[in-house]
Design a protein around this ligand. Structure first.
Ligand SMILES: NC(=O)c1ccc[n+]([C@@H]2O[C@H](COP(=O)([O-])OP(=O)(O)OC[C@H]3O[C@@H](n4cnc5c(N)ncnc54)[C@H](OP(=O)(O)O)[C@@H]3O)[C@@H](O)[C@H]2O)c1
Length: 333
């Protein structure tokens, strides 16, 4: 895993498959972020076609979510589809979203898929760099909010519920030299001054954010397990897929034309990760199988990075985001 030749081989030879027709999700409630487009939309659409009872499309722009809802209902009229606003660039929006989710009578499946790729430095409304904010901090805070409704549902049903964070094979390719900094998170945020206009903010920033997704997932899964929360938490690499994610990246756009999966095939990888492989907690899935993440993630340095990232992220969230009660318990286990 992680070599360029291996990546090309997998894109050309391995073809993601949809869930088997006999997989049933009757009675279940699923929530997908970034669900109006690309892989998130395709995953939401596929879950709906397997008997899902209720689907929550978490979207930045509600009108886009309503269009997605109408398309899903045209194919799967039996599912109740709701469109909820969620903006990863606003801790207040995430808090409102999380509190709404905490009132759900049932939540079985969560796919945290919303993400961006920018080649230039983009500062978000929170003042943080866009990959750090949307891909890591936003995803991390939403993940924490999801734990209470997921664990309540697991208790009620006597079987685990599921949360998948969408990462990428790019996590193998991150240099992550910011790990050496006293505060890694602050270092990732600092490029606004010294690297604007230079080539630091290119694919490296995106790849690093996808590595942070894997490290956060590993730490969250371990801590949720220690708290006795019966939730299968994993991360998934969907492979290179045709979607609007690559619209600002000419190199990726060329590769997409030659070797990309369709968004639907990428969506199959998301649904596979969140529905199947329930025995593997804290796992990384790629090609619809449990695989090793990068050697860095598995190394002692990687485990150290995981702890450092957890602490720095929690410290930031405690300062900048409204309080989430469960975060205190997660921090003390
Ligand atoms: N496509 C690939 O080749 C590939 C490969 C590996 C991993 N991934 C991962 O797969 C996930 C989905 O990517 P995609 O290819 O489907 O891209 P996409 O088509 O661009 O979809 C991204 C989704 O994220 C949403 N989003 C962006 N910023 C947001 C914010 N601030 N708050 C809430 N939602 C926000 C977008 O909403 P708007 O429509 O409103 O912008 C959209 O729904 C990402 O996490 C990406 O890193 C993709």
């Amino acid at each position: 895993m992680g070599t360029f030749a291996g990546f090309i081989y997998r894109q050309l030879i391995v073809k993601p498959k949809p869930l088997a027709a006999n997989v049933r999700l009757d009675g279940k409630t699923a929530l997908v972020t970034g669900a109006n487009a690309g892989l998130g939309f395709e995953a939401a659409r596929e879950l709906s076609s397997h008997g899902l009872a209720r689907l929550i499309l978490a979207v930045r722009t509600v009108s886009k979510g309503e269009e997605a809802r109408d398309m899903i209902l045209a194919e799967s009229p039996g599912v109740t589809v709701e469109v909820w606003a969620l903006d990863h660039e606003s801790f207040v929006s995430i808090d409102e979203f999380g509190r709404r989710a905490s009132e759900l009578d049932r939540l079985d499946i969560v796919i945290l898929n919303a993400g961006v790729k920018n080649l230039d430095y983009v500062e978000t409304k929170t003042g943080h760099e866009s990959h750090l904010q949307v891909n890591h901090l936003g995803t991390a805070l939403v993940s924490v909010h999801m734990l209470s409704p997921l664990s309540r549902t697991a208790k009620l049903l006597g079987s685990p519920t599921r949360l998948t964070i969408v990462s990428s094979e790019n996590h193998f390719w991150a240099n992550f030299k910011e790990l050496q900094a006293v505060n890694t998170r602050a270092q990732l945020d600092s490029y606004r001054d010294c690297f604007r206009g230079l080539d630091r903010i290119n694919i490296e920033e995106y790849s690093t954010s996808k590595l942070l997704n894997v490290l956060w997932m590993c730490e969250l899964s371990g801590r949720a397990g220690k708290m006795g929360l019966d939730i299968v938490i994993n991360s998934v690499n969907p492979g290179l897929c045709a979607s609007s994610l690559h619209c600002t990246d000419p190199q990726a756009t060329r590769a997409v034309r030659l070797i990309a999966y369709t968004s639907a095939q990428g969506g199959y990888c998301l649904t596979d990760a969140v529905v199947l492989h329930g025995e593997a907690r804290g796992a990384y899935l790629s090609e619809q199988s449990v695989k090793d993440p990068s050697t860095f993630v598995l190394s002692g340095a990687g485990r150290g990075a995981q702890k450092k990232l957890w602490k720095e992220t929690v410290d930031l969230l405690k300062t900048e985001a409204p309080v989430v009660e469960i975060l205190q318990s997660l921090t003390s286990v």
